[in-house]
Unconditional design. Structure first.
Length: 102
């Protein structure tokens, strides 16, 4: 949605269902994750909330050093797990993200 400034350079996964990332499944600091629009999703099924999606090879940025203001970040590849938005917080309270850096 280019008309919404907060979503510029971001991607969301949706179809009939909107998907989100949860801290419980993907670790802390969800805002440092980024995905490529070219990466293929892998669908899995979980009885408690239905289909969820795995995204292999996403990027997680980490500061390269200990300075207060970082100019350079190291990245590592991580596998992400997107769950249906309606199932958010089914495992307890945690941070959640729908729009991911792209």
């Amino acid at each position: 949605m280019p008309a919404i400034a907060a979503t510029v350079n971001s991607a969301a996964i949706s179809g009939c269902v909107v998907y989100c990332l949860e801290e419980i499944d993907n670790g802390a600091d969800l805002f440092v994750l980024s995905v490529s629009k070219k990466t293929k999703l892998k669908a899995e099924y979980e009885l408690s909330y239905g289909k969820y999606l795995q995204l292999p090879g996403a990027q997680k940025a980490a500061p390269a050093g200990s300075a207060l203001y970082q100019e350079r970040f190291d990245t590592e590849k991580v596998d992400l797990e997107f769950i249906p938005y309606y199932a958010f917080a089914n495992c307890g309270e945690s941070d959640m993200l729908v729009w991911v850096n792209s």
